[in-house]
Design a protein around this ligand. Structure first.
Ligand SMILES: N[C@@H](CCC(=O)N[C@@H](CS)C(=O)NCC(=O)O)C(=O)O
Length: 207
């Protein structure tokens, strides 16, 4: 098997954190290769033959099967190594984590990435940019942070009492918001700040 990653990539980071939580070591347990945006090995024909989308992460299994979605890759490792569970236990537990992870993707991560792509100088000449759309998404990110702060008044982690993939998705989204969008957690959002401190203190945060 081989895991293909992208240096500083938000979605690859999700998989890195997930593996770290599972105590699965990159390199020792899972061979990997990391591309970067400059040399763009993920746009080379050999890689596009594996994933025509040219995106990362990609997990290639020994029989040549390719998984090219972060959550699908996480699901594969969840089944391979169920402990600690990061995708919920039982019908209701799994459904709750799925619900929250999708919310974190659709309500937070995608708007954060969209704001980044449509407003940041890094993407000039690399992507078509519509700054007004980026500003709309930025307002959505700000509103969703306030919403999540309210949700975290009721529960310790995004999907309930225990840490899960939904926390990982929110964590990488807010990392990007803070870094690339200059949108840190506002001081008054004390629940979000408490949660942020907890997930950032986990060893996996450095993965
Ligand atoms: N839905 C996919 C998205 C993958 C994706 O967009 N990856 C970005 C990195 S965060 C990428 O490969 N970008 C490189 C590029 O577009 O050239 C997933 O979750 O894996």
């Amino acid at each position: 098997m081989k895991l293909y990653l992208l240096k500083n990539g938000v979605n690859p980071r999700r998989v890195r954190i997930f593996l770290a939580e599972k105590r699965i070591r990159l390199g020792d347990d899972v061979p990997f290769e990391e591309f970067d945006m400059e040399s763009a090995g993920h746009k080379a024909p050999a890689f596009l033959a594996k994933n025509p989308m040219g995106t990362l992460p990609v997990l290639e299994l020994d029989d040549g099967t390719v998984l090219s979605e972060s959550v699908a890759i996480c699901r594969y490792f969840e089944e391979q190594r169920p402990e600690p569970p990061l995708m919920g236990r039982g019908a209701l537990g799994a459904a709750m984590v799925e619900m929250w992870n999708r919310r974190m993707e659709h309500e937070l991560l995608l708007p954060v990435i969209g704001t980044f792509v449509h407003t940041h100088p890094f993407w000039v000449g690399k992507r078509e940019q519509i700054p007004a759309y980026g500003e709309l998404l930025r307002r959505q990110v700000v509103a969703r942070m306030a919403w999540l702060d309210g949700e975290l008044a009721r529960q310790a982690y995004v999907a309930g009492d225990t840490y899960s993939i939904a926390d990982i998705t929110a964590q990488v989204a807010l990392l990007t918001a803070r870094g690339a969008l200059k949108l840190p957690i506002p001081d008054e959002q004390t629940n979000l700040a408490r949660w942020w401190a907890a997930v950032s203190a986990r060893p996996s945060a450095r993965a």
